[in-house]
Write a protein that binds this ligand. Structure first.
Ligand SMILES: Cc1cc2nc3c(=O)[nH]c(=O)nc-3n(C[C@H](O)[C@H](O)[C@H](O)COP(=O)(O)OP(=O)(O)OC[C@H]3O[C@@H](n4cnc5c(N)ncnc54)[C@H](O)[C@@H]3O)c2cc1C
Length: 384
């Protein structure tokens, strides 16, 4: 290898790309991370981030392992999930139902704290961070991948990784077709202070035409993710009215709410590319897949892409070896397809209007709640 050639160039410094670059940098690989704009963490302590993630125990271990688990002071814990159907169905499960040694189903972490925890380590761990000049062109040969930046710089690597989000530029350059299915819904997110303690319980309601989730944050705060076909109805509400609407939608289980972040919305789509590897290129994170957020697993799938690809590349003699890339694709295909089908199936089950279906889906939930092996399966799925 000539010394101007990287082992890996990662395009996109979101959570998935940055964590992959960090894992590879710590393993001694020569890595460049290209990000359109360097994130600014100067005002990290100010306010709260409405975009939060439920990070699974497996991904907490991955982030701990690369020294990027954020300060515990701002991290919430999901000890129990309490899920209700639209006609009396209910299932509740805790980490102990999974039968392992996990003491939480997931941890709730704000987007920018997680991103800051990763980015603050990048340069110290040997990652070359390139910001300010977007990618302008890419090409591959059987021996290497080449990337040209808008400022004229030419980079070469054994492997180029596209971690550049749902509208991936890298995926487009490869000419890979992706099936994109809009759900006709948006996820509306906002944070609230609640009157009563949340008890580390994540609460979720399938209402028939929307899915509402309250995720327990640190202190007496919750983060809402409301998947709805009418996001404007929530976005246009002044803070007090929004708080009242959200508290009411959950039957005021946690008393009155006070809004602490304005509501924001993001479109929900199921994205499935025809492949996630090509000659000298791999896709990870939202570039490789998106899912409905009703199980909160979008970013967890992405972190697992990063963890498993990093493990494959740590000692690889050639990071872009085709057999290795095929192995990566095989390893991830089943987990990603299972999560996409599971979330899509639940979405359809709870949005279909067929007669008798509300009874069936609610009875199914409540039955699962009573059957220990099925419930264990639910809990294990949540832990990841
Ligand atoms: C408002 C909002 C709320 C969300 N809430 C949740 C939630 O509650 N739970 C959940 O699991 N998921 C949620 N998601 C989805 C979640 O954010 C994504 O699944 C996750 O961020 C994917 O990470 P990623 O690193 O793959 O992609 P991204 O976070 O999209 O990062 C891609 C990065 O690539 C950079 N980039 C793009 N193009 C280029 C280029 N050509 N050159 C260089 N850099 C480039 C971008 O600047 C960006 O930093 C939410 C999304 C939004 C928008």
């Amino acid at each position: 290898m000539r010394n101007d050639k990287y082992h890996v160039i990662v395009v996109g410094g979101g959570l998935v790309g940055a964590s992959l670059a960090l894992a590879l940098g710590r393993a001694g690989r020569r890595v460049a991370l290209l990000e359109a704009r360097e994130p600014d963490f100067a005002e990290l302590e100010q306010g709260w981030d409405a975009r939060v993630y439920a990070v699974s125990p497996a991904n907490r271990r991955f982030l701990d392992g690369i020294g990027a688990w954020p300060d515990m002071g701002r991290v919430g814990t999901i000890a129990t999930m309490d899920v209700r159907g639209d006609a009396g169905g209910r299932i509740a499960f805790s980490a102990s139902d999974a039968g392992g040694d996990a003491d939480a189903l997931a941890w709730i972490v704000e987007n920018r704290w997680l991103l800051a925890a990763i980015w603050r380590r990048l340069r110290d761990d040997g990652v070359e961070v390139l910001t300010g000049a977007p990618a302008a062109a890419m090409s591959t040969t059987p021996g290497e991948a080449r990337l040209t930046l808008a400022d004229g710089r030419e980079l070469r690597a054994e492997l180029l990784v596209g971690a550049d989000g749902a509208n991936s530029w890298v995926r487009g350059q490869l000419g890979l077709q992706a099936s994109v299915k809009p759900y006709g819904q948006s996820g509306v997110v906002a944070n609230f202070i609640c009157e009563r303690p949340h008890g580390d319980i994540a609460r979720q309601w399938f209402t028939g035409d929307s899915v509402l989730a309250w995720l327990p944050m640190a202190g007496n705060r919750i983060s809402m993710v409301w998947s709805t076909s009418d996001p404007q109805a929530l976005l246009q509400l002044p803070p007090q009215a929004l708080a009242a609407r959200v508290a009411e939608a959950g039957g005021r289980q946690l008393g009155a709410f006070e809004t602490i972040t304005p509501a924001a919305a993001f479109p929900l789509r199921l994205i499935q590319p025809e492949a996630v590897v090509a000659e000298r290129v791999a896709l990870v994170g939202d570039a490789a897949h998106t899912v409905h957020p009703l199980a909160g697993q979008g970013v967890n799938l992405g972190f697992q892409d990063a963890a498993q690809l990093a493990a494959l590349l740590t000692d690889a003699p050639d990071c872009g070896d085709w057999m290795l890339l095929r192995r990566h694709q095989r390893q991830r295909r089943e987990a990603v397809a299972a999560m996409q089908m599971g979330c899509d199936g639940l979405y359809r089950l709870f949005h279909a209007k067929l007669p008798g279906l509300p009874w069936l889906r609610n009875t199914g939930l409540s039955l699962t709640n009573c059957l220990a092996p099925l419930k264990r399966q639910f809990a294990r799925q949540a832990i990841g």
